[in-house]
Design a protein around this ligand. Structure first.
Ligand SMILES: [Zn+2]
Length: 524
């Protein structure tokens, strides 16, 4: 994922106002996540830690299921992609070479009028020396003020004021230290008894810290580039082929927002697809279609996933074309996955910096420059890079629905249903004894054991009335409820209730596992 991948949000109506009903949906999702155990605030008993979240018992299942479906589509169903699980901390040279150490930083500016902190390169342009009008404090009731736009040529994106602080660089990578030596001791020794200016102190401190500095990776992609040779040689993969990885990445984001949408610690599902130079247009289109199709396959509202081509000025300098898969979030269209044509930039850079020959020899092809048999080249790369934690949010938003209906007692009420695709649902089925006696629990547990033997995650639930249990499983997205009742013990059948239609039919206990498995495999 490139450094710009987290920037830019599209507002719903161009005025920055998303509809109340839509923001309401977000509030409902956050509330459901906490109430049912999908997502909790990190360290909540201590007041939480900004933008850090914990995935609870149901959230971890949903997240793992999404990652497993991605892995199935990318690795298990194909012969041309293999997996990797790389270390989160990598040699600092990796980040120096990739440009993250120098360039993975945003020029930040504070608005002196409304106190907004924003990225200078994303701010609205205004011609230097013209006069900008704005309201004092950024408030609609504030006094109208005017001030000249300075040579930097932009204004505050919130209030339009040109009264701004100077730009400051801010590295988005998390830095930590590795090794038994505390660099601060070196630092203390080096300044003892000296009278140094603030700049000199800063430089000496930086020097001391850098000696042991390692970084938490800001993307998983670099590992696929630096392990290109090991993977290619051990597997004998032939270009075109890909390396896939799911894992955590870390960015010290200034603006964290929209629940798990933008947080400092997040998970990615990235794949680097190595191709012959000149075939990038074909493969970029191929992966755009594959990836948007993948999301839509699991969606209730496929039209809320779209492809958007990057404008020329959005492209990273090494990229010759790029698309985003965007989702129609409650606050507007926003990024979910980036699919970039990265040329041979990464392999070329790492070859030059490390001395390793990160190239590929194709015996079947003629070298286009000499015409002789055999062609050694540096592969080009197409990179579909998806946010796993963002996908969790998208699928929750996509699945949330409220149906008007009647509850088990015949009362009219709103039925909250999480219409998750069965393959993503935390539980595939709930096995429910109608009552906590008369042999129902024993029979239900026998059925549970059958499912567990088949490797299917099911819930056994005997608390509360059957109506409340149905409502709970609707709300957490369990696609099927199997209920053991008096008739089960007589004729060996159970009711199977469909989450989305709330209709029930009877099936033989003996075919319960097979029935659920068949339904899970639908559309495969
Ligand atoms: Zn402002």
């Amino acid at each position: 994922m490139n450094a710009d991948a987290t920037s830019g949000k599209v507002k719903k109506d161009g005025q920055g106002n998303a509809g109340n009903a839509e923001l309401d949906l977000m509030t409902k999702i956050v509330s459901l996540c906490k109430r049912r155990g999908f997502v909790f605030q990190s360290s909540e008993i201590y007041g939480g830690l900004k933008s850090c979240y914990d995935y609870g018992p149901l959230g971890v299942e949903l997240k793992r299921n999404i990652a497993a479906e991605w892995w199935r589509a990318m690795v298990y169903k194909r012969e041309d992609i293999v997996g990797l699980d790389a270390s989160i901390m990598m040699h600092p040279k990796v980040w120096e070479t990739s440009g993250h150490l120098a360039g993975f930083s945003d020029p930040l500016v504070d608005c002196l009028n409304c106190k907004e902190r924003f990225r200078a390169d994303k701010a609205p342009r205004a011609a230097a020396s013209t006069t900008a009008s704005f309201r004092k404090g950024g408030k609609a009731s504030g006094e109208e003020l005017q001030a000249p736009v300075d040579a930097r040529g932009y204004v505050c994106p919130v209030c339009g004021a040109p009264t701004l602080s100077s730009e400051r660089q801010f590295n988005l990578m998390f830095r930590t230290g590795m090794g038994p030596v505390d660099p601060l001791s070196d630092f203390a020794r080096s300044i003892a008894g000296k009278d140094l200016s603030a700049e000199d102190l800063r430089a000496k401190l930086e020097e001391a810290v850098r000696s042991t500095a390692v970084y938490l990776r800001p993307e998983t992609a670099q590992a696929m580039f630096v392990q290109f040779l090991n993977v290619q040689q051990t597997t004998s993969m032939k270009v075109p082929f890909g390396i896939a990885q799911v894992g955590k990445s870390f960015r010290n984001e200034i603006v964290t927002e929209h629940f798990v949408f933008r947080s400092c610690e997040f998970e990615q599902m990235e794949m680097e697809f190595f191709i012959e130079p000149g075939t990038q247009e074909h493969w970029l289109k191929y992966w755009c279609d594959e990836r948007v199709g993948w999301f839509r396959k699991y969606a209730n509202a496929p039209e809320r996933f779209r492809l958007r081509q990057h404008d020329e000025d959005e492209l990273a300098h090494y990229s010759d074309d790029c698309y985003d898969i965007e989702y129609d979030y409650p606050w507007g269209w926003g990024e979910l996955e980036g699919i970039a044509s990265r040329t041979d930039y990464d392999l070329t850079k790492h070859s030059a910096a490390s001395g390793a020959k990160l190239s590929y020899f194709d015996q079947q092809k003629n070298d286009p420059t000499t015409g002789k048999p055999g062609w050694r080249y540096t592969p080009y790369v197409i990179e579909p890079a998806a946010g796993l934690t963002r996908a969790v949010l998208c699928f929750l938003l996509d699945a949330y629905s409220e149906d008007k209906g009647v509850d088990y007692e015949g009362q009219e009420k709103i039925r909250v249903v999480l219409k998750l695709h069965p393959r993503l649902a935390p539980f595939k089925a709930a096995i429910l004894p109608l009552v906590k006696k008369d042999g129902h629990p024993e029979k239900a547990r026998e059925i549970v054991a059958e499912f567990r033997r088949a490797g299917i995650n099911v819930s056994y639930d005997e608390q509360q009335s059957i109506g409340k249990r149905y409502a709970k499983h609707d709300e957490i997205g369990t696609p099927y409820c199997l209920t053991v009742d008096g008739q089960t013990l007589v004729d060996g059948t159970v009711t199977i209730r469909d989450r989305d239609t709330a209709t029930q039919t009877r099936i033989p206990v003996a075919s319960a596992v097979a029935t659920v498995m068949t339904r899970l495999a639908q559309g495969e």
